[in-house]
Design a protein around this ligand. Sequence first.
Ligand SMILES: [Zn+2]
Length: 176
Amino acid sequence: MECLFCAIVNKKIPSKIVYEDNICVVVLDIAPASLGHMLVIPRKHYETSFHIPDDEYEHIMNVARKAAMVVMKVNKCLGVNIIDRIGEYAGQKFPHATIHVIPRYKDDKIMIGWQPKKVDEGILDGLASKFKPIFSSLNIKVKKKVVEVKKSKEEIKVKKKDKKEIIYLKPKIPKP
Ligand SMILES: [Zn+2]
């Protein structure tokens, strides 16, 4: 049987597509956690996000962020969770990487949270010393500095094209 998400992106089964490009497709979830819940689905069949090339993943996450801005503007929701579930233990249901964009509303009864636990500082130091050299070896580089936050007006300085878009969407994040 063909993968459900491959069938969606290849339009073999109908879905509510709201955006698509050569890398990904955005659809409305047919069983949403809340109204406006969207899925950002890579066109190619990648089992998890770990299998997606960096540049494609960057694009997909950027599309997810834009989807969050769109639903915020249209549905006037109060916040948005962007969720990537990697592995069944993390709640991944299908073996095709998918990013969930879940708008949040007052008293929406959606549970995304955890109880903070106590941990010895020595254990954290031990972990940090194991993580650090691996991060260094990954050679993660910032390609270019695109975003600067101006403290006075919290204005986002971006390229002209992006600026227009962000001003249009006016993402205002309310506080509880
Ligand atoms: Zn697939």
